[in-house]
Design a protein around this ligand. Sequence first.
Ligand code: UDP
Length: 327
Amino acid sequence: MKILVTGGAGFIGSHLSEALLGAGNEVWAIDDLSTGRAGNIQHLEPEDGFTFVIDTITNETLLEEAVKWSDQVYHLAAAVGVRLIVEEPIKTIETNIFGTDLVLKMANRYRKKTFIASTSEVYGKQADRTLEEGDNMVYGPTVKSRWSYACSKAVDEFLALAYYRKSCLPIVIGRLFNTVGPRQVGQYGMVLPTFVRQALLGEPITVFGDGSQTRSFCYVSDTVGAIVALMEHTEAAGEIFNIGSDEEVSIRTLAELVRKKTNSPSEIETLPYDVAYEPGFEDMQRRCPNIAKIHQTIGYRPKVDLDGILDRVIAHMREELKNEGLL
Ligand code: UDP
């Protein structure tokens, strides 16, 4: 099959491109390298059937050509990462809304099945139980820029569902929950690569807030496997699925686990949210997916647990730091 991956040089996009190529598909990856890195897909470039174009998905001529060429579209290009979202609110809204609008327009014009990568942020700040696809969204006020990300991705979901209902365009929406693994960088705010890098370099490990907030981390191979399986399953069309793990850990415990596993002398330092992000920043206290729907549909269960995730991420970060001459 011929597959277009937008955001193909990003952390998840590069793993997805690799898996699709490995399964014998031809892959065309488009990425503007805003948060993606050419190094993420360097190893794929010599492979037959892989084409990489550095450009924005809002380049309509290019996008049209790529969608027309493809049999399926995986749309992962987006502004992601809490730090980036807080610092670049205009870019976040524009990339996430206009980019997806254009992808869906083209997918509809050429009738191509499309995966829309959404996010657990869409649920907002509910914390009382595990999150189910049909749950309400609970957001803070528009003056707090974090919510622009949730809203922009919610608009993407509305649009995709509207194309499914009005034009029978086969779309699948995946809400990704804290995906982690090799090639993820801490630069845009992601906690695990940040902690591992800090621990390996002996720098203070920065826990934001009091560290009692919890997250559930999902290893990228589990995420990618789920995305591809959903796209292969006819009954997933027109549906939204949580993609993640339901093993919860508090951020303070995560910091302690990383420190222990790396044998690091690093201090664990707590930083108030207003210093870490911006005054009045609101965090989610808990964010854990209910994964019953995806389990029932494609038999999904994450294969790599937190312990396995930490071992893999630490091993990979060690290599990266050695290559950078820092270890
Ligand atoms: N976090 C932290 N230290 C960091 C980066 C993040 O304590 O250096 C916290 C962050 O405030 C949040 C959690 O770790 O409570 C997960 O943050 P991340 O940005 O990775 O993902 P989120 O779930 O917020 O989208």
